[in-house]
Ligand binder design. Sequence first.
Ligand SMILES: [Ca+2]
Length: 515
Amino acid sequence: MIYRLAILCLLAVSSQAQQPNIIYIMSDDHDADAISAYNKKFIITPNIDRIGKEGMRFTNCFVGNSICSPVRATVLTGQHSHLNGIKDNRTSFDGSKITLPKLMKEAGYQTVLIGKWHLHSLPTGFDYWAVLPGQGLYYSTRLINMNKDTVKYNEYATSLITNQTLSWLKEKRDPSKPFFLMMHHKAPHRNWVPELKWLEIFSKKTLPEPPTLYTDTVGKGAAFKHQRMSILKDMTLCTDLKIDPQYIIDIPHLKPDSNEIRSYNAFMNGIPDAQRKRMKEIFAERGKLLQQLKPKDKDLLKLKYQWYMQDYLACVSSVDESVGQILNYLDESGLSENTLVIYTSDQGFYLGENGWFDKRFMYDVSMNTPLLVKWKGKIKPGSVNTSLVQNIDFAPTMLDGAGVKAPDWMQGLSLKQILTGKQSELARKELYYRYYEYPIDHYVIPHMGIREKQYKLIYFYTANEWEFYNLKADPQEQKNLVNIPKYQAEINRMKLKLVEVKNRYKDTEPAGELK
Ligand SMILES: [Ca+2]
């Protein structure tokens, strides 16, 4: 009997020893076009690229509802918004739900969350956590700790989250157990306040303009016309582009309102003195140009786009540096040998396409998200996969990596067979999408749809408008083909498919004419 128990204990220890550590790194609003593994036109991100070079890069990874809190709830539950309960950024997550970290804990893992949480209730299921309150701040960053105290730090948000992660790995980790660590960056979320060292570099750059930057709304649908995420009209000069109000207060068409001046002062005062002086000098160049040119319309958009991209990309460089620090530590400590590392974002982001910033739409720019995974000895270095994958797959994949079968209520598929090269394509042929939040913040009309490899069907149900795109011929989704006769058979097929997929995913909430 004792002998049998000893054998069982040995078996348990050896299966645990094979369980990989898992590090899930998620940034916020990091579009794949701002990662050089995907696109080199804006920025070089050597550290994030390294994950793809040593592992696998997914070119067709999408989210199910392109907005912050819903994505976070999906990653925790493997479920779409209608089942996990988080359809918008304002609902509090039910901490009593069974989630990915709780299942990992049951499987013998130490579970850790550091960084952005943004689900209103406090985290559950983690052995250790430290989270930003709400959206968090770039400077004068605060973290809520496990005692529920909110502590202010002097570090820049991206560095703080990295340093807290490294200190957990070095000082708090129990080496006898595998760990599951979620490091969630705030950056590069709006209002894109960079570190001085990267601002110095990016403020000198001229970034290429997307072909659709100056697109107008002629011939576009209701949702396109109704949105308020235009760089020209909705991006603010003082809060978003950090221009001192003194430069534009006397220019009637550029004049900021009192709220904007208040929020400008609030974030500017949060930047430590040593950096603020030089940063204000750099931002003053923008103010002087506005004072001199008093630009309007296309001329103003041209300038705003450059300043937006300079700040956004500078924030991305800090994230890339953070990833490098984590990968280097894994190498130095020998942990790389048995650690699965994932890099992703909560969704894509408009970098000037259609003249926009923000996300929310089911169009590929915002529905797409980067996904790079490395796992030494398991993934063939430098591999690329084109399967249609979605963020509902993340939880089942991490569980499978840990040797745990995902519960039936999770809606995604494990990517383990894809990662290990045993399978090249998922069986799934289409992805389901549904966006709810309206009107705030950006007046994007609620919509739903399905995306296949070649075609996409979108239904803006409160406006009762359909859009249909041929993604192979029109990857920028500029030509809505819904009324083109030769596509009617395809469109009818996809309308039926949309109803089937809605039912398959147990989305019972009616949407316009769809029940
Ligand atoms: Ca986001």
